[in-house]
Design a protein around this ligand. Structure first.
Ligand SMILES: [Zn+2]
Ligand SMILES: [Zn+2]
Length: 284
């Protein structure tokens, strides 16, 4: 049997366009080609809605939302250029990854309208404007803000639901990211109140024909499980929602990490590895 083609639909962050990544985007693309990838979605972080939502490292460097918007415009131009330069070697999709800070819905819609990406990755990194995945400290702040870990999870999955409904992103980024700094996430994800929200979100994803990011970044950090912990993966399989690897690479060293092995796992579990085509879903 022919092996399934190597793919990543979430990743390719580069030092050229993201302060917490490394290397030039062109080197990153060349690395994907060298590693035998047939298709890759480049999904840089979107520029912030306003200066209120700059990350600490951006503030330190004196950047404004306006600067990041201009940088984003350069990013889109560069992906589109590389797409045609390397078109005989690899299929490149132009994408970006969302944030869900206050005011994000019209902002993301404007970006889609202006830059016409092939698709977007719908991710939630903030709960009520607190960036819970930035550090342990910020995570604890978010727990306090919501009242408890359980309430934080519930809030996260509600925000995710609203985001999916409003934006219909072709790829749902790291669905269970909210577990990032929680040691007992496996139990917590099974709480009935949380399960109810998870299932509600998965039914919506299924209904809209969207795709789940099997996010391998935790493996690159030395953790055991990708985002989509095995219990979730089983539910998603039962619902028949497509799952596609995303290396979430932030530099050429991480390009394609763990993807081949992960595709084998998906095959063993009975997932379809005829990857869905982002062109099949119209952007709103
Ligand atoms: Zn990043
Ligand atoms: Zn992300």
């Amino acid at each position: 049997m022919k092996p399934s083609p190597l793919i990543s639909l979430h990743g390719g962050h580069s030092g050229e366009f993201c302060r917490h990544a490394k290397d030039r985007l062109e080197e990153i693309i060349q690395t994907y080609i060298k590693k035998g990838f047939k298709a890759v979605g480049i999904t840089e972080h979107m520029p912030p809605v306003s200066d209120l939502f700059l990350y600490p490292d951006e503030i330190e460097q004196g950047l404004t939302a306006r600067d990041l918007y201009r940088q984003f415009a350069r990013y889109i131009r560069e992906v589109n250029r590389l797409k045609s330069v390397y078109k005989s070697d690899i299929r490149i999709y132009t994408g970006f990854e969302t944030e869900t800070c206050s005011g994000y819905i019209p902002h993301v819609k404007r970006l889609i309208h202006e830059f016409k990406p092939d698709y977007i990755v719908g991710s939630v990194h903030h709960v009520d404007d607190i960036c819970f995945d930035y550090s342990r400290e910020e995570y604890d702040k978010a727990v306090q803000h919501c009242g408890s870990h359980e309430d934080l999870y519930l809030r996260y999955f509600d925000l995710q639901y609203d985001m999916i409904k409003a934006l219909k992103p072709f790829v749902i980024g790291h669905f269970d990211l909210i577990r990032i700094h929680d040691e007992i996430y496996k139990q917590r994800l099974l709480f009935p109140s949380i399960q109810e929200k998870i299932l509600r979100n998965l039914f919506l994803i299924k209904k809209l024909g969207l795709v789940m990011d099997y996010n391998l970044r935790p493996l690159s950090r030395g953790e055991k499980e990708p985002y989509l912990t095995p219990a979730l993966l089983r539910t998603i399989k039962e619902l028949g929602i497509p799952v596609v690897p995303g290396d979430d690479s932030h530099g050429k060293e991480q390009v394609g990490s763990h993807v081949a092995r992960t595709i084998q796992t998906l095959e063993t579990l009975g997932f379809d590895t005829h990857w869905p085509d982002p062109g099949d879903i119209p952007l709103n």
